[in-house]
Each structure stands twice: as structure tokens, then as C-alpha cells.
Write a protein that binds this ligand. Structure first.
Ligand code: 5AD
Ligand code: SF4
Length: 447
């Protein structure tokens, strides 16, 4: 315990980058209200668990963790559950977990200081109303990462993919005003960061009423000191010609797109309500690759969606082979209560053993292809940004190329945030080791 009498808050984050960004906003808000952030739960006055509801597995982890956190609680500790699972389960969480006193959904963080104060006096509260105006503009995020800045540009989702809980947990889509995003970009540069990751559930459908995603990329790319711009996750249907042109023309926009495919079978895509066909997805990839030389693609794929036959799955495998993804996040379909996929006939359920076997084959296909590609890259040189210390005590840094490859290089903490030129010297199949060829000239600091 330090000598200050400020109360302390500990936050643990599950799920996607949007959740990480929300945790940064929550900590910022609580810091402004007199709380000190701590990085361990023991002794914290307030423990927040910012949760994900995307698959059952994500929720089970949180439930297990909530049980464990009991042992860090003193008589006055407040435990709050925030995020997507809080939104989805609401009162059920208060009923089931008696040590939890706050349940706050993604649009409820403005009331956090008031709700936490109430909870410290013994009250229990739920805040799960959507607020279509809410972007937390006046919050100063307390960022976890010192090298790259997550900037949310859109909240919620208007697609209604039949497997997905997100429209239920995060509500309708809304975009921040471009000027606010640009203001935040200036702030992160002033804080010494040079990489920005724009966040949204379907980020390229960004529309603030006046500006589209192409305008946003150009405006953020024009902020002095911004050297790398990334975004996640786009939807294939929202890559207009304007957006693709902006990606190609703005030098800081990196040559990497994470483009969720979900399935390679038009029949399954239709049942998922993805609103594109196999050919439509291939066409989108072709347009991106034609405009952006050296573009690296990663994707998300779900196996075992209701009604997926062996033939459908073979189409997913062939799409993965033909499109040569750099990497893929692969998931077994997990039914989420209330989503349309749970209302499909029981006879269409894919048996778990079948889904597991497909998942294993899919992972093998992705890995075999990326290992072969990565071996061919040995000896080539790349600009990397030093992101973090990879393994403490081993003087090894994790760095990233513009096209999102991970390269481990020797070095120490003082090199965080610097740009280097490295030569790739080895690969484990997915990540690389590299040797520093030279350190790039630091850019003059703007701001
Ligand atoms: N089951 C399995 N995977 C899912 N995803 C989203 N919903 C589900 C679900 N019900 C996957 C999708 C999405 C990624 C974030 O999680 O592939 O792109
Ligand atoms: Fe999980 Fe989706 Fe919520 Fe992110 S938006 S925390 S992935 S459910």
C-alpha cells in the first residue's frame, strides 16, 4: 500500500481490441474521478472484469475467473462486470454471482464513477441501456500500450450475421465525428506514439453523416507524426472504390487487411447472412490486391455452422488455399442464445466430433501454407516497429512489419517505439527471428 489515500481500481479485459479500448476509457474515467489504476487484483478497492460474449468458451472463462477473484476480495471490495457479457446477461449475473455488485454494458461507462461510489456504499446496480449518442468523447483514455494507440471510430453493429451476438451486446452502429478522431490522433502523437489502429465492428462502413471511411483514412494519415495506420475489422461489402483508393494512396496505411471470410461456401455464407458470395469475397480480395502491392491478408473462419456439409467445408479449405491467407483465426461455431442460428432445425447441427475434425484440418491447411511462404521470405529485409519486450530477461523484442508479421530481434526496453530495418534470419512457421540491419532515423516529433 502506498501512502496516498486514493482508492485503487484493477481491470481485467477479455475479448477484442474494442474491449481493450473500452477498458482504457473506463480507467481514464475512474482516474479522473480520483482512482489509481493498479495492475494486480490483491488489495484493489474496485475490481472490474470487462467481458466478451462472442463464444460460450469466452463466457466460461469469465465465470471461472469471477470465482477466483473472490479470494482477492476484502470486506469492502467492489466487483463489477462490464462489457458484452454484462449486457447479455444483465440481472442474471447479479443473481448468480452474489459477490458482484455492478453489471454495466458497453454504453454505460459514463455512469461508472457514480455506480462505483454507490457500490462502495453497498448498493448493487445494472446499467445496460444503449445510448446511440455515446462515444465517450470527453474521456481521456488511460492507454495500456505505449507504442500503438487503439482509436475507436465506430460503436455497435448494423449487420445481423445469424451466428453473432454482437448486435445484441453492442447495439446499433454509430460513428464518431471525423474531427474527434483526428483530435485524438494528434493527442496520441503528442504522447509519443506513431501507430494508430482504427477500431469498429465493421470499421469500413464508418459514416459520420458527412465523411466516409476513405475520408477518415486520409485525414488520420495526414496527421503529422502518424507513421502507421491500421484498422480492424472491415466487412467485405464496405470496401468501396473510394476506400480502396485511399488505402492505396495514403502512405501510412499499412499493407495488411484482416478480412473475416467466415466460410468459403456461398450456401453457408447465405445462411450466415454475410451478404456476399464466395465469388464476391474473392472479388473483394482481388480488388484489394490489385490496388495495394504486397498486401497481406488474414481472416476469421467458422467451422461447423448449422447445415455445413463436407462439400461446404471443402469449399472453405479450397478458399483458404487459393486466397493464400497469411494467417487465420479459426473457430468452432458456438450457438449464442437469441441469435437466428439457434433457431435453425436441430437436424442441421454439426456434431462436435465433426466440427473438431474440420477445425484441425483447417488449422493444418493454414499453417502448412504460411510455413512454406514464410520460409521463402528468409533473407529479406523489412521495416519493423518495436512493440514490446518479448520475453523478460532474454533481451528479446517483439517487432512488427508493416504487413503484420511478427519478428523477434535482440534488444532492450529502451528501443520500444523505434523503427528498425531487420533481415529475417529464421522462422518457427508463424513468427520470425531477425537481425537488426540498421536503426531508422527517428522522425522529428510533432505536436
Ligand atoms: N461462434 C463461433 N465463432 C464466432 N465468431 C463470431 N460469432 C461466433 C460464434 N457464434 C467469430 C467470427 C468473428 C470472430 C470475431 O469470432 O469469426 O469474425
Ligand atoms: Fe467479444 Fe464481440 Fe464484445 Fe468484442 S464485441 S468483446 S469480440 S462479443
Amino acid at each position: 500500500m502506498d501512502s496516498s489515500s486514493r482508492p485503487t481500481v484493477y481491470i481485467e479485459t477479455y475479448g477484442c481490441q474494442m474491449n481493450v479500448s473500452d477498458s482504457e476509457l473506463m480507467l481514464g474515467k475512474l482516474a479522473a474521478s480520483g482512482y489509481d489504476a493498479v495492475d494486480r487484483p490483491d488489495g484493489a478497492d474496485v475490481i472490474l472484469v470487462n467481458t466478451c460474449a462472442i463464444r460460450d468458451h469466452a463466457e466460461q472463462r469469465v465465470i471461472g475467473r469471477l470465482g477466483e477473484l473472490r479470494r482477492f476480495m476484502g470486506p469492502h471490495t467492489v466487483v463489477g462486470v462490464t462489457g458484452c457479457m454484462a449486457q447479455r446477461l444483465g440481472p442474471q449475473l447479479l443473481d448468480k454471482a452474489k459477490h458482484v455488485s455492478l453489471v454495466i454494458g458497453p454504453d454505460g461507462y459514463r455512469a461508472l464513477p457514480t455506480l462505483v461510489e454507490g457500490a462502495r456504499r453497498g448498493e448493487r446496480a445494472i446499467a445496460t441501456t444503449f445510448d446511440l449518442e455515446e462515444h465517450y468523447e470527453d474521456f481521456a483514455p488511460r492507454r495500456f500500450d505505449r507504442v500503438k494507440a487503439w482509436i475507436p471510430v465506430q460503436r455497435g453493429c448494423d449487420y445481423k450475421c445469424t451466428y453473432c451476438i454482437v448486435p445484441t451486446t453492442r447495439g446499433p452502429e454509430r460513428s464518431r465525428r471525423l474531427a474527434e478522431v483526428v483530435r485524438e490522433a494528434h493527442e496520441v502523437v503528442a504522447d509519443g506514439m506513431s501507430e494508430i489502429v482504427l477500431l469498429g465492428q465493421t470499421v469500413n462502413s464508418y459514416d459520420d453523416g458527412t465523411h466516409d471511411f476513405a475520408d477518415l483514412l486520409r485525414a488520420v494519415g495526414a496527421v503529422p507524426g502518424v507513421r502507421r495506420v491500421r484498422f480492424t475489422s472491415p466487412h467485405p461489402n464496405d470496401f468501396s472504390d473510394r476506400v480502396v483508393a485511399a488505402m492505396a494512396e495514403v502512405p501510412s496505411v499499412c499493407e495488411h487487411v484482416h478480412l473475416p471470410m467466415q466460410s468459403g461456401s456461398t450456401r453457408i455464407l447465405k445462411r450466415m447472412l454475410r451478404r456476399y458470395t464466395r465469388e464476391g469475397y474473392f472479388d473483394c480480395v482481388a480488388r484489394l490486391r490489385a490496388a495495394i502491392p504486397g498486401l497481406a491478408l488474414t481472416t476469421d473462419v467458422i467451422v461447423g455452422f448449422p447445415g455445413e456439409t463436407d462439400e461446404d467445408f471443402e469449399e472453405t479449405l479450397s478458399a483458404v488455399r487459393e486466397l493464400a491467407f497469411e494467417d487465420a483465426f479459426t473457430f468452432k461455431f458456438s450457438p449464442r442464445d437469441g441469435t437466428p442460428a439457434t433457431r435453425m432445425p436441430a437436424s442441421e447441427t454439426v456434431a462436435d466430433e465433426v466440427a473438431s475434425e474440420r477445425l484441425a484440418r483447417l488449422i493444418d491447411t493454414v499453417r502448412t501454407a504460411s510455413r512454406a511462404r514464410n520460409l521463402r521470405l528468409l533473407g529479406s529485409r523489412h521495416e519493423v516497429l518495436v512493440e514490446k519486450v518479448a520475453r523478460r530477461g532474454q533481451e528479446l523484442l517483439q517487432t512488427r512489419t508493416r504487413d503484420f508479421k511478427t519478428v523477434l530481434v535482440p534488444g532492450d526496453e529502451s528501443m520500444l517505439g523505434r523503427y528498425l530495418t531487420v533481415e529475417l534470419t529464421g522462422t518457427t512457421g508463424s513468427t520470425f527471428t531477425g537481425a537488426v540491419v540498421r536503426e531508422r532515423q527517428p522522425l522529428p516529433m510533432a505536436g
